[in-house]
Design a protein around this ligand. Structure first.
Ligand SMILES: NC(=O)c1ccc[n+]([C@@H]2O[C@H](COP(=O)([O-])OP(=O)(O)OC[C@H]3O[C@@H](n4cnc5c(N)ncnc54)[C@H](O)[C@@H]3O)[C@@H](O)[C@H]2O)c1
Length: 260
């Protein structure tokens, strides 16, 4: 193994226009990977920015909930680059709605983007990854896909993605493709904007006492894409400041300090 991590030559990141997806894309560009930027929003400015910083990137219009769009984008990558060594299923949507307040359309849309999207993506990308000698798929789930979360559509979609990752890990190992899920806790992006009270209260359950930085999620994603995780597949990497493992007792001990 070399001194430095080795990354795939070409990686497709979905939801790359903003938030964590853009951070993953910039970091991949900086380590010499060609990044395919997939999003419903325009990513051409980000592609130019990555190129100006010395990297290489291409912009692809991609609605992850549309199977036909996946077929088109993977064909574009096959034609333009001839290979694909990594896929980051990062695109996701969230509406914080309580159980009985969740209407059909939100339930359906959330599952289509957060769960059908990665399923279509894995099916579309896996043959090209196989033909490229194997690779790594990183599915961005959430701690909401590891514990009960009050908003049913988001939680069900992320639990589904956790299971989809494990299923794909088993099914694609024969092609040299590893599949893992990353479970961010609270990270300050547009996804959590407008939820000050929610964030403030959540912080009291985080042993590390702060939100995660986008770069801390990027580090986990790059690790799983690199050769430094060559024996890791079907696993869950939780990046949450200890919230899932210790949040409950952290809050209890803080609230009962001195009277335990
Ligand atoms: N922010 C957090 O605290 C947090 C915590 C846990 C998990 N996550 C997950 O991390 C991922 C990234 O979240 P973020 O906070 O960066 O979100 P964000 O809202 O900042 O960015 C999401 C990106 O996905 C794109 N997108 C939305 N629908 C799409 C579609 N149908 N097809 C293609 N692209 C689409 C948007 O245009 C946007 O660029 C999501 O899967 C989210 O569920 C976020």
């Amino acid at each position: 193994m070399s001194d430095r991590p080795v990354y795939p030559g070409v990686v497709l990141v979905t939801g790359a226009a903003s938030g964590m997806g853009a951070a993953h894309a910039r970091a991949l560009g900086a380590v010499g990977t060609h990044v395919c930027l997939g999003d419903i929003a325009d990513t051409s400015e980000l592609a130019r920015e990555i190129a100006a910083a010395g990297g290489s990137a291409s912009a692809h219009t991609l609605d992850v909930a549309d199977r036909g769009a996946w077929t088109r984008v993977i064909e574009e990558i096959r034609a333009d680059r001839g290979e694909l060594g990594g896929l980051v299923n990062n695109a996701g949507i969230s509406r914080r709605l309580e159980f009985m307040d969740t209407p059909d359309d939100i339930w359906e849309k959330t599952l289509r983007v957060n769960l059908f999207g990665p399923f279509y993506g894995i099916q579309a990308a896996a043959p090209l990854m196989r033909d490229s000698g194997g690779g790594s798929i990183v599915n961005i789930s959430s701690i909401s896909g590891q514990i009960g979360y009050f908003s049913p559509a988001y939680s069900a979609s992320k639990w589904g993605l956790t299971g989809l990752s494990k299923s794909a890990a088993g099914g694609l190992a024969k092609w040299g493709i590893r599949v893992n899920s990353v479970h961010p806790g609270l990270v300050g992006t547009a996804l959590v904007s407008g939820s000050g009270a929610f964030v403030e209260s959540s912080l009291r359950s985080i042993p590390m006492g702060r939100m995660g930085a986008v770069e801390e999620i990027t580090d986990a994603v790059l690790h799983l894409l690199s050769d430094r995780s060559s024996y890791t597949t079907g696993s869950e990497l939780t990046v949450d400041g200890g919230l899932v493992s210790n949040g409950l007792y952290h809050r209890i001990t803080a609230e009962t300090e001195g009277s335990l």
